[in-house]
Design a protein around this ligand. Structure first.
Ligand code: NDP
Ligand code: HEM
Length: 493
């Protein structure tokens, strides 16, 4: 049911009561409209400006507020205040999304899911902007926008043929690991409640002694993994395209609060130099046997937003929002994301996006930023607006103990990855051999061949060559399905 309005009668936006909201002002009962109808003009002008640009990726999403509770002491790795004692609680917000579709597209599309968490800590906002996969398609940000275009619409006819993605993936073998995740059963999760979340990148943590470890974040669903079959997902896209949005909202409304158990994997800083897998390569996991999961706490969602646009559409996450104790790593993708997100927010929401309540820190904060469009937080009032000063303005704390990040080498464009068969196919092999059972392998082959049905032969061939490097059965499974009459491609014009 709608909430009670703040005022019992309707007003214009500056408070004047509206005497008539049914009939525009006209010159006589059948005459033309009057320009002086301030109420009509205000109403139409506001309506024309109601839409803001949607997110260029992750446009379709839903979210909720919650609480994070520490269940295990990790202070030997991390000095962040939010992890300082078992039982400590921190307010949170989460937004879940699909990646490629527009804001009105179906929740159940085969697509990775965004898993973006905001922690309103006593020392500032920490954003954990992850996905429901521990890896990604590319490992250099130069390839990101090209990859995303393959998921979007074709320039000439605004259609979404699938051959574009297979053409790209055929040229980019590092994508195969994530491609296999995407076309496996977990490519179509039922809703956010039934999927895991991952920070995906390697981050760092440091303790009060200034000792750094590399870490990966894992949020395991306590509801269990549940997925739509490929056919169900397609059916739901037609019958209930907002299925997952509704699922989370209704669960929270009835008090069935979803939970995820947060874990970290921890690698001593020195291990990175010699670890079998490149530790800053976003297309790789760290196998659990090498770096076991260490429990940290429980992330629970327990309050629905009071207004979708205010809290969910205007939410702005950024991987660079870190708190003392959590740091970056040399992962190229992560380094780039630190720049891209605030840049996108300034375009989408405006320079003062940090003032929107869902984005605001819940701790005291004082910057020297002033002015800009839609400044509504007092703008610093009469306080001094430059630094350094002897006018009582806020000063730096001088207290950061983040250990310096060693860097070396000449500036150049390096291909630092191994780019051999083990690099491209080693972990996809582990996924095929160890994680998928026979039924899951069959479904993977079917989902891939269905998606490749519109791909011409030369694209099919380059993908089949990649699948064969994982396992002959994988290539054969896709090939035999592609040879069925219904999988013959329509020639590309
Ligand atoms: P483990 O055997 O220790 O664990 C397998 C992992 O696979 C679990 O985290 C499981 O999640 C997850 N999983 C199960 N089914 C799927 C699926 N359809 N899509 C994606 N993930 C799935 O694995 P290792 O750590 O030894 O790694 C072996 C392979 O497992 C890796 O090459 C990688 O492909 C995959 N994997 C590894 C992860 C990691 O962080 N090490 C994370 C996810 C996948 P759950 O426990 O929730 O069922
Ligand atoms: C959203 C860029 C990689 C997860 C976005 C947005 C941009 C962007 C511009 C829209 C932001 C907005 O308008 O609010 C990039 C770039 C990447 C990258 C340049 C690589 C170089 C990744 C990776 C992940 C990820 C690897 C997951 C591990 C997300 C999520 C959102 C998002 C979850 C939606 C956040 C929300 O709910 O508001 N990304 N992205 N992105 N991205 Fe990325």
């Amino acid at each position: 049911m709608p909430d009670e309005p703040k005022c019992p009668f309707q007003t214009q936006q500056f408070g004047r009561p509206v005497d008539n909201n049914q009939h525009s002002q006209t010159a006589g009962p059948r005459g033309p409209m009057l320009m002086q109808d301030v109420h009509l003009v205000e109403k139409m002008a506001h309506f024309n400006r109601e839409r803001i640009p949607e997110r260029v990726v992750h446009a379709k999403g839903y979210g909720a507020f919650g609480t994070f509770t520490v269940t295990n002491d990790i202070t030997e790795y991390c000095m962040a205040d939010l992890f300082s004692e078992v039982g400590k609680k921190t307010d949170t917000f989460a937004r879940f999304s699909t990646v490629g579709g527009e804001s009105g597209s179906a929740d159940t599309a085969r697509d990775p899911r965004g898993f973006a968490l905001k922690f309103y800590t006593d020392q500032g906002v920490w954003d954990m902007v992850g996905n429901n996969t521990p890896i990604f398609f590319v490992r250099d940000p130069l390839k990101f926008s090209d990859f995303i275009r393959t998921q979007k619409r074709e320039p000439q006819n605004h259609l979404q043929p699938h051959w574009r993605r297979w053409d790209f993936w055929g040229e980019v073998p590092e994508a195969l690991h994530q491609v296999m995740f995407l076309y496996s059963d977990r490519g179509t999760p039922k809703s956010a409640r039934f999927m895991n979340g991952y920070g995906s990148h390697t981050f760092s943590m440091y303790n009060r002694e200034g000792v750094r470890h590399w870490v990966k974040f894992h949020f395991k669903t306590e509801q269990g993994s549940e997925n739509f079959s490929a056919d169900e997902a397609i059916q739901m896209a037609g019958e209930a395209p907002d299925y997952s949005t509704r699922d989370l909202f209704e669960a929270i409304e009835k008090g069935d609060f979803p939970r995820w158990r947060m874990h970290i994997q921890v690698m001593p800083e020195a291990d990175a130099a010699n670890y079998e897998w490149h530790p800053f390569d976003l297309t790789k996991v760290w196998p659990h046997d090498d770096y076991p999961l260490i429990e940290v706490g429980i992330f629970e969602l327990n309050r629905n937003p009071s207004n979708y646009f205010q809290d969910v559409e205007q939410a702005a996450f950024e991987p660079g929002n870190l708190v003392e104790g959590i740091g970056l790593s040399p992962d190229r993708m992560l380094q780039n994301r630190v720049l891209s997100y605030p840049d996108a927010h300034r375009y989408r929401l405006g320079v003062n996006y940090h003032q929107v309540p869902v984005n605001q820190p819940r701790c005291p904060y004082a910057t020297y930023h002033r002015d800009g469009a839609m400044r509504v937080d007092g703008n610093g009032g009469g306080t001094v607006d430059y630094e350094p000063n002897k006018m009582g303005g806020p000063k730096e704390t001088g207290q950061s103990i983040e250990p310096p990040m060693p860097v070396y080498g000449d500036g150049d464009r390096y291909d630092e990855f191994t780019c051999d068969d083990k690099d491209y196919y080693g972990q996809p092999k582990m996924f095929w051999n160890k994680v998928l059972d026979e039924g899951a392998r069959e479904r993977l082959c079917t989902a891939i061949s269905n998606s490749m049905a519109d791909s011409p032969d030369f694209i099919r061939e380059k993908m089949l060559a990649q699948f064969a490097k994982v396992h002959e059965d994988f290539a054969d499974g896709v090939k035999s399905r592609l040879e069925q009459p219904e999988s013959q491609p329509i020639p590309i014009a």
